[in-house]
Design a protein around this ligand. Structure first.
Ligand code: 5GP
Ligand code: ZN
Length: 118
């Protein structure tokens, strides 16, 4: 636990959120400022800063979390046909919260969101 880290506080239940998923090493909860309907964050339980900091052995669980969250989302909204995973590493790449997390963005046909790399 890192002092003054907002995601550590959420993981430790000091700040209440509606958890939508949990496994041994990750949790997921809605982003406070969703970029698209259903936007949520997959967050490591331990305070790792970003991808470089995370042990590669947690990769299986991260992929498992992504698959489970997609299944959960589709169950609650049949119009979801896909998803984007976005991760910002270091401030220069747009990382604001310095505790490792992945954005899960559910996608619907004609949802008007453009995340294409140019
Ligand atoms: P990034 O660090 O990848 O730029 O994004 C951090 C994300 O965390 C942002 O999308 C922001 O809306 C979200 N966020 C920041 N503080 C909180 C919070 O206290 N609760 C939740 N649920 N999301 C947060
Ligand atoms: Zn933290």
């Amino acid at each position: 636990m890192e002092e003054n880290c907002i995601f550590c506080k959420i993981v430790n239940k000091e700040i209440p959120v509606k958890m939508i998923y949990e496994n041994d090493n990750f949790v997921a909860f809605p982003d406070v400022a969703p970029q698209i309907k259903g936007h949520c964050l997959i967050v490591s339980k331990k305070h790792f800063v970003n991808s470089l900091d995370i042990p590669a052995t947690l990769g299986n669980e991260l992929i498992g979390a992504i698959k489970s969250i997609f299944e959960l989302k589709v169950k609650e909204d049949k119009s979801i046909e896909g998803f984007n995973i976005v991760q910002n590493n270091f401030p220069v790449a747009g990382q604001i919260v310095m505790h490792a997390h992945w954005h899960f963005l559910p996608r619907r046909k004609d949802d008007g969101k453009h995340l294409r790399l140019e």
